[in-house]
Design a protein around this ligand. Sequence first.
Ligand code: SAM
Length: 462
Amino acid sequence: MSSKIDIPTLFVEQMRGELGDAEVAQLVGALAGEEQPTSIRHNPHKGYTSLGADSTPVEWCQWGEYLAQRPRFTTDPHFQAGGYYVQEAASMFVGHLLSEAYGGELPEGVRVLDMCAAPGGKSTLYATMVGNKGVVVANEVIRPRALTLADNIMKWGLGNTIVTNNDPAHFAGSLEGWFDVVAVDAPCSGEGMFRKSDEARTEWSPDNVKLCAARQRRIMADAWKALRPGGVFIYSTCTFNRTENEDNMAWLCSEMGAERVEIAPLPDHWGVVRTVAEEAECFHFYPHRTKGEGLFAAIVRKGGESTRGKSPKARKSPFAEVDKSGLRTIEGVLREPKQTKVVAIGESIYAYPAAHWADMRTVCEQMSVLYSGVRVGELFGRKFKPDHALALSTALRTEAFNVVELTLDDALNYLRRQELGNIGALAEGINLLTYERQPIGFTKRIGTRTNSLMPKELRILQ
Ligand code: SAM
């Protein structure tokens, strides 16, 4: 087993015990090798379809695509505008499980909680799948990571998602039995990331595997409480060992009484290895068998009578109504004003899908929220200042603004927050800027100058 990357010896021993000699040699060969496939997932709500003629589909995700080369994503305006998300291919499989659990179609009013969500790969996938049918709560306990998550959700632009910064125990306490789907993409020992991350290799130890497994059980127990009876529970890690994967699922089933979710046979050529732990259907992605990094995913249903927990009473509401003239202004910039609930939080105006406003309000009143719905902008009397988030949102009515299509160079200047060159095309006041017809932000022209409305912290530095 010659390797360019040092794979921990005790890890090899551990996996030899689980997989046998021949398979472990292949696994270590793949982990120590150089091949690192690049994949992205499109944002179908923004109409984004493909990056390259020589890219190939990710078979378990209709929006997934392997790229032949790794481009510089940072300097692609479509990436900055949430046209696609750079996501490791195996991770997209959780969407396949969710789809299977509901026979292909998620139900109207569905409530999804992604408990360990930063930086947002799986949350943006769930948000795509939920679309206008329901609500996704993307939670992250570590604040700086939750802020990154909020930026990514804002860029994805669907308006059906709430970003929270809570400990899993808060969900168990305040929203018990409230969610139809709870996903735990648990912090883990990261064996599946060995070829991508030096840190994953150097921090790995048998003791750390045990520590991770204990922490995972605590998160799973809280997450389980937030799930309604009859609801779907999806557990995933990016590690291979049984302790953090099958053993935890077996523990969940025996302690909590989970039921089987039938998952149809997968095509052999996907290379996914199926196992069973009590009632849990389990799936392993190994890099020597599938094109992607390591992933474990499992699914069960919560037993018991199929009812939702009652929505709790509001603790304190962050929302205020917007007056009639303000509403008229805001409705003018929205694509579907009749289907949208518009409210104020402090100085900012937010928009929510009206059909799910009650659910979104409940979460916002109970949890520590960093972003929700779409931040539309601010009203100063009759004057309206749009927020960057509105430009990247599918709720935007583009015709409400003077639209200026930019060249690649100008789009990059804008994204770097540099002065724009083509001032002649810009109308006095607010302009919506697009690149290949995809909105990328607003700028305000005042005479010969432009003021970017893109927040400084989002500017690209390359
Ligand atoms: N789901 C994310 C995605 O697809 O982009 C990746 C999530 S990552 C595997 C696990 C996350 O769990 C990290 O963001 C980490 O900060 C968070 N985490 C760490 N400790 C936690 C805890 N005690 N409870 C809940 N989440 C925790």
